[in-house]
Design a protein around this ligand. Structure first.
Ligand code: HEC
Ligand code: HEC
Length: 377
């Protein structure tokens, strides 16, 4: 046996970046939620999760490219994919017999294919969920038409990610088996690139353009992680023009609520019973009433692309249109963590003073980045 070159530098960078990026993606998404830390619902961490997820996809696409154009041991043609070989490998593992593979053994070959396929599918569903659920990223055009599938897609994304994690864990067990029982030195080989083998050294001959592309490709995930989150900053709300008459008549006792927080039916009901408006008499003359109702109905929740509108509407379970924004399940769910005393602060006064905590509430936008709870008691 002699030392030969097995893993080229690109494959090694690929391997360890993939470890780092897959772990960061899964940890920020779901693992921490077991400890009560929910990062995915925070916009900045969600951007991080998307960034590392995209990096995983870029790396896996690189691996496919490299599987066709890299040196011998990195090529798909050098994988051992026959089922007979896989079974005899598993038999050898059970009998604790040492096997003799220089590149990927049958189990590692199947793990590699599994990781590439599941990883790419997880990334793809992730990008789709990001578009459908958040209205962001390259698939945001799906936001309106497909939001009813958001929950199923999220589940699919989660299932694929856990399957991926399962294959990774299986792969790590295989590596530990080789390392502890047979001392084959495959972990150091992934750092140094060399291994003891009976095979003859295969020349690493890739053409210069291919080599150049491979280097650029393999370092691009780092660039993605640096630049992507900032390009995913919260989208700016479309500032609708609010009629003066609405501000005057409906903004005197409380803030003039943006129309996209209630369905059209709710606004119609409210406008037809202003004389008994939550115990107050808020009646106004007919012309003003008509103008305001047209405004409210035209921009009601059903017509809005804002995340808040879509999620409020989705959470309304019964047939009856809600009388208040604050009785809608999504609103209640989101504000559950807020103590009642907080609403009593003089800088807030009431839970219906949305604009005290949501900077852009007037325009119907409630993005995480714009939430500040005023401190003053
Ligand atoms: C005379 C004062 C007054 C006027 C004028 C008034 N409101 Fe109200 N409004 C109230 C009160 C009081 C409540 C209940 C507040 C509470 O529960 O804290 C309320 C509640 C609401 C709510 C429900 C908020 C929630 O809890 O989700 C909406 C929506 C609303 N008003 C819309 C309007 C519209 C639209 C107009 C104009 C046509 C209007 N209001 C004019 C006093 C007024
Ligand atoms: C005391 C401050 C406060 C007031 C008043 C308040 N909110 Fe909020 N709101 C918050 C906080 C904090 C969150 C974020 C909760 C979380 O961590 O998910 C939130 C979350 C939301 C969200 C979800 C945003 C998202 O994408 O996660 C919506 C929609 C929302 N509020 C609407 C309203 C409306 C409408 C009103 C007025 C009727 C209102 N809020 C009043 C503090 C407030």
């Amino acid at each position: 046996m002699k030392k030969i070159n097995v893993w080229d530098i690109q494959t090694r960078i690929f391997h360890w970046s993939l470890v780092i990026f897959v772990l960061s993606t899964v940890v920020t998404a779901d693992i921490l939620s077991f400890f009560g830390i929910d990062l995915v619902n925070k916009d900045s961490w969600l951007a991080f999760h998307i960034g590392t997820g995209v990096a995983v996809a870029i790396l896996l696409l690189f691996r496919i490219f490299w599987g066709f154009s890299g040196p011998h041991y990195s090529r798909f043609s050098s994988l051992h994919l026959s089922l007979a070989e896989l079974f005899s490998y598993i038999k050898a593992v059970i009998k604790n017999e040492k096997t003799n593979y220089t590149g990927h053994n049958p189990a590692a070959s199947w793990s590699a294919l599994g990781i590439i396929t599941l990883g790419l599918l997880a990334a793809l569903t992730g990008v789709i969920v990001f578009g459908i659920d958040e209205g962001r990223g390259i698939s945001r055009f799906l936001y309106l038409g497909f939001y009813v599938y958001a929950d199923q897609l999220k589940l699919l994304h989660l299932a694929l990610s856990y399957l991926l994690l399962g294959v990774v864990i299986g792969h790590v067990c295989g590596v530990l088996n080789e390392t502890i029982r047979h001392k084959t030195g495959i972990i150091p080989a992934m750092f140094t690139g060399t291994k003891l083998s009976d095979e003859t050294d295969k020349p690493i001959h890739t053409a210069t353009p291919v080599r150049l592309i491979s280097y650029l490709w393999i370092i691009s995930p780092l660039a993605a992680i640096l630049f992507l989150p900032s390009s995913l900053e919260t989208k700016q709300p479309v500032k609708l023009s609010i009629p003066q008459i609405y501000l005057k008549e409906c903004g005197s006792c409380h803030m003039a609520f943006p129309p996209n927080l209630l369905p059209a039916e709710s606004w119609k009901n409210m406008m037809s019973s202003l004389n008994d408006h939550f115990g107050d008499d808020a009646s106004i003359n007919d012309t003003a009433k008509k103008e305001i109702e047209v405004f409210l109905v035209t921009y009601a929740a059903e017509t809005s692309h804002e995340e808040a509108s879509i999620k409020l509407l989705r959470s309304i379970k019964n047939e009856n249109p809600p009388a208040r924004i604050t009785e809608i399940p999504y609103w209640k769910e989101k504000h559950k963590p807020i103590n009642l005393e907080i609403y009593q602060r003089s800088s807030i006064k009431s839970r219906i003073n949305c604009v005290a905590c949501h900077k852009l509430a007037e325009y119907g936008s409630f993005e995480d980045n714009d939430i500040r709870i005023p401190k003053k008691i």
